[in-house]
Design a protein around this ligand. Structure first.
Ligand SMILES: Cc1cc2nc3c(=O)[nH]c(=O)nc-3n(C[C@H](O)[C@H](O)[C@H](O)COP(=O)(O)OP(=O)(O)OC[C@H]3O[C@@H](n4cnc5c(N)ncnc54)[C@H](O)[C@@H]3O)c2cc1C
Length: 353
């Protein structure tokens, strides 16, 4: 006679074809593309709710074209801008709408609804705490094994750390969300003394506006940025008494996105622009393209090549601002003069759209 002893402490590890870490734009888009297949997919999100993210919430036309984003998600279609340098400013209509304002929580929720009634299992409140040889641990207790792993877990990615890829290029950002209305325009402030080769912005939303700034701390100390930002906010009479302060890094240090059976998408891959901080579009495209790579081993991604090329151009412009040193403000003043030209404006918007 055989006696079987069952040890109640041994948990059975569940296996998935694909585990996606992070339900931001990249992870949700990746899941959306895979949902049509027979692959088993687990999407893990550390937050209890999908969507909220420190962000100014501006997207460009290319994101709208990629995803068919419903009109009701667009808070404002920005048709005007104000750009300031220490000496000059330019205020005016844009040749065409350049930025579309979204609320990140609503956007994330909309992306998540596309996964309803599919083979994608979403687990919120699930922080990935450890990764080892084709398995990972959630909330330090539950383990899952995977065939493919997608790190879509943003600028502080644990998947990227597992791959031992450092993040040397990043922006530190500071942002106040101020309740109230602001004119329907985007404002960009170029001022070397306050923001060095970075910039400050004002982006309007439905019931608040975002006032923020960012720069790479490798080139400008964070303390100096904070102090300069506070002075600039005071000089411009922003009322911060009811404002919500936020800060989060933006990674623009791309060292690849495909590593055998492990992929990095969006900011985990360092795909944001170091010049503007734009990263939602890159997150959506990379999520989508990684899904295609998982579904077809021979797939060669042209959109990823385009994004990497686009980010390289942005980096070159940023490097120009950096090496300009004492002449940086002169360069900014010159830029404002150029922005007064309708043709120049059109070219810039085309470049970003
Ligand atoms: C102040 C600021 C302003 C910005 N403004 C703009 C803008 O106007 N336009 C624009 O295009 N971009 C902007 N960005 C950049 C943009 O927010 C990001 O590039 C974009 O959100 C990246 O998407 P993602 O899906 O790669 O990562 P994220 O949006 O960061 O999503 C990652 C997800 O992974 C989850 N996660 C992280 N770690 C774990 C873990 N260990 N386990 C489980 N889940 C985890 C997070 O909770 C999060 O939900 C801004 C960024 C900042 C900081």
């Amino acid at each position: 006679m055989h006696i079987t002893v069952i040890n109640k402490n041994i948990k059975i590890m569940k296996h998935y074809d694909v585990v996606i870490v992070g339900a931001g734009p990249a992870g949700l888009r990746c899941a959306e593309l895979i949902k049509e297949t027979s692959l088993s997919v687990l999407l893990l999100e550390k937050n209890p709710v999908i969507g909220p993210k420190v962000c100014a919430g501006g997207i460009t036309k290319k994101s709208l074209e990629l995803m068919d984003i419903p009109d009701q998600l667009i808070e404002y279609e920005i048709k005007a801008s104000m750009i300031r340098s220490p000496k000059y400013f330019h205020e005016g209509e844009l040749p065409e709408p350049a930025v579309f304002m979204i609320d990140r929580q609503q956007f994330g929720q909309w992306q998540a609804t596309k996964l309803k009634n599919s083979n994608i299992e979403i687990k919120t409140g699930s922080l990935v705490t450890d990764i080892q040889n084709n398995k990972l641990t959630v909330n330090r207790q539950e383990e899952f094994s995977f065939k493919y792993l997608v790190g879509a877990d943003g600028a502080n990615s644990i998947v990227r750390r597992y791959l031992k890829l450092p993040v040397k290029r990043k922006l530190v950002t500071l942002q106040y969300k101020i309740p109230g209305l602001y004119p329907e325009r985007v404002e960009l402030i170029l001022n070397s003394g306050f923001f060095q080769s970075g910039y400050a912005w004002v982006f309007p939303h439905k019931d608040y506006f975002s006032v923020g700034c960012g720069v790479d701390p490798g080139f400008f100390p964070v303390q100096k940025l904070k102090k300069g930002f506070e002075i600039w906010l005071k000089q411009n009479n922003f009322d911060l008494s009811k404002a919500k302060y936020e800060s989060f890094p933006i990674s623009y240090d791309c060292r690849g996105f495909a590593f055998g059976n492990i992929f990095l998408a969006g900011e985990a891959a360092g795909l944001a622009s170091g010049l503007t901080g734009e990263g939602i579009y890159q997150a959506l495209v990379s999520g989508e393209e990684i899904a295609r790579m998982i579904m077809d081993k021979d797939y060669v991604s042209i959109p990823m090549k385009k994004i990497i090329k686009y980010n390289k151009i942005q980096l070159r412009i940023l490097q120009l601002f950096r090496i300009a040193g004492p002449f940086r403000d002169m360069l900014y003043n010159l830029l404002i003069k150029l922005f007064r030209s309708w043709q120049f404006n059109k070219k810039i918007i085309k470049g970003y759209s």
